[in-house]
Design a protein. Structure first.
Length: 329
């Protein structure tokens, strides 16, 4: 899908392009390629004289090659954007911004973005730019606002993580945690830990991208100050992720502790039962020897019930003692 965005009365207007001829009708500030076909890449190459690198969206690209500037003025930024749904993940987006192209002026001042799937941050920015006049002024503003919106999206996701952990916390700290409830809690904690880690990696990547924009001197004074504020917001998000990691570790330890308590209760029952059965076992061992016992000879036919009663009493006695001491609770 090939979408272009133009400014009309201070608002961002979206147009979906379906042929090469349609590109000549507009003067965009942002060209967005979502899962572009070879034909759409050819249109961009032919009209804007812009070659999209083959490894633009590769996940394993070297870190040193994610932020750089070409000799012709092209700024290349590869950054990750978070998608928080049933399957949280990060999507790699390649940005190309040509501030001054001596070969083709059509791409000068135009931001190009290439990605494999639709991203919530992009949808949110498009919605805001359509509703708020003057929200976007140029291509650099688009890129900066994308990173700003990404930070807001990460902040909202962190709030959702905190809410989920609060639910788990109430269940775990209420006491009487069963093994089934503990298993569910551990699963929920693990999911939130994974999401929190993705957010921390995402904000770190955003920090590096914004810092690169500031070092490249592509921003005006107002945009530069906005970028500095964005870095301060990212710093606060980074601190909050550290707080959530501490909370996750606490809940993990508490849940595992309750599991250990449940296991200890089970082991304690077996230990008490084994100790209580030692006296009956001893009695059975003694009277099971091939010897003539005077008491059994005197009892005659009542000898067998007598031994059974003695074994039962020797088992119930320790059980009564353990229960009185509270060891069976």
């Amino acid at each position: 899908m090939l979408n272009i965005f133009t400014l009309a009365n201070g608002r961002l207007v979206q147009e979906e392009i379906e042929s090469l001829e349609e590109l000549s009708k507009f003067r965009p500030i942002w060209v967005d390629l979502e899962s572009p076909t070879l034909e759409e890449k050819r249109w961009v190459k032919q009209y804007y004289d812009l070659s999209i690198p083959e490894d633009a969206m590769d996940e394993d690209i070297e870190e040193s090659a994610r932020f750089y500037e070409e000799d012709n003025g092209e700024l290349h930024i590869r950054s990750d954007f978070l998608i928080d749904d049933e399957d949280p993940r990060s999507v790699r987006v390649a940005f190309i911004l040509n501030r001054h192209n001596d070969v083709s002026r059509r791409s000068s001042g135009v931001l190009f973005s290439i990605h494999e799937e639709d991203i919530p941050v992009f949808r949110l920015l498009r919605l805001r730019a359509r509703r708020a006049p003057g929200f976007i002024e140029d291509a650099k503003e688009v890129l900066l606002k994308l990173f700003d919106t990404d930070a807001e999206y990460s902040a909202d996701t962190l709030e959702d993580i905190y809410d989920e952990l609060e639910v788990v916390s109430k269940k775990v700290l209420a006491g009487n945690v069963s093994d089934e409830l503990a298993g569910e809690a551990l699963g929920a904690i693990a999911r939130q830990e994974d999401l929190n880690g993705r957010i921390r990696r995402n904000v770190m990547d955003t920090r590096r991208a914004v810092s690169f924009m500031m070092r490249s001197r592509m921003l005006n004074a107002e945009q530069f100050e906005e970028a500095r504020q964005l870095l301060r917001d990212i710093e606060s998000l980074d601190n909050h992720t550290a707080f959530l990691f501490d909370k996750i570790n606490f809940l993990m330890d508490a849940t595992v502790g309750f599991i250990n308590i449940n296991q200890n209760k089970t082991i304690k029952i077996f230990s008490v039962a084994s100790v209580a059965l030692l006296p009956p076992t001893l009695i059975a061992s003694i009277y099971g020897m091939n010897l003539a016992f005077p008491d059994l000879r005197a009892l005659g036919e009542a000898a067998f019930p007598y031994v059974l009663a003695l074994m039962a009493a020797s088992a119930l006695g320790p059980m009564w003692y353990f229960r009185r001491r509270g060891w069976l609770k």
